[in-house]
Design a protein around this ligand. Sequence first.
Ligand code: ACO
Length: 321
Amino acid sequence: MGLKITQTAHYVPPKVVTNDDLAAMMDTSDEWISSRTGIKQRHLAQQEQTSDLAIKVAKQLLKQANCSADQVDFIIVATMSPDYLTPSTAAIVQGAIGANGALAFDLNAACSGFVYALAAADKLLTTYRRGIVIGAEVLSKLVDWQERSTAVLFGDGAGGVLVEQSPEQSLIAEDLTTYGQEGSTLTAGYQPVNSAFNKDEAAAHKHYFEMDGRAVYRFATHEVPNSIERALAKTDWQLADVDWFVLHQANGRILTSIAHHLGANEQKFLSNVAKYGNTSAASIPLLLDEAVAAGKIQPGQKLILSGFGGGLTAGTIAIIF
Ligand code: ACO
């Protein structure tokens, strides 16, 4: 018994903010952002919360599958920007779509979240028949719009998959790693202590992204190729057998560097970072759905899904689509 992805879907909020729009707000330029990151624009939520994006994706998945919500056994939302600490975003989705019999929880592994969540779904599918796995982020809640070094990088969006128990295992291998000692390299959403006698006023700014960009860059370009190689070593695939690499979309230069480190064909690395920026846990399912809709990803193809980011975390899955 194993996991099969049977539907993909995505949703992004309608508001598009270009690099030129940001250059009108802060000391940056389209030239700097494009050349350093490959990002040209991002979608930003105006009124919509993380759960609103995730609910749209969940409804779309069910519509495409012609499946009712009471046939869903579990819902996992991978997010680092939930509406609340409780209820979980997944519980809000469960209530909104009326999946009354489904267990629901959030999973936070930052930009590796969707890959971690698919790995968790694979284990749940030994017991349950059908689940929804969504990556959803409104990262703009965590952006300091005065801080150009991070403000230009992030965007909002959601993507997800319907997964079902299948007699054949399509998730062939996984490699999930966490490097907690390097966690301070990338932080956001700090929850200050707030006892009756000690208010941590100095921590207010830690709500926003703080990132050692070069350290994260080094981590991604070294750890992701290693993670992909470790996952491939657990399969009988050669590197050249992989049809598509569906990686977390943080920066176009990181994708190029990973392809070179691996010695892989860069044309096989799908990318939409120019349109959406870094949407953390949403980026892989968003890219997956776009490539499926465009007819690039076909049933039976061999895919590598790989995420990397806060934690620090990295995760790779080898899957037959
Ligand atoms: N516009 C113009 N200039 C800028 C901007 C900006 N938006 N941001 C920084 N600069 C300036 C800096 O002040 C610096 O100026 P100085 O040389 O006068 O001091 C100069 O540009 C170079 O800055 P660096 O930070 O050294 O630029 P770098 O080439 O390292 O690129 C970047 C920065 C794009 C962030 C890169 O380090 C990167 O992509 N890192 C990885 C980030 C990443 O992938 N994060 C994923 C996180 S995922 C998650 O878990 C949420």
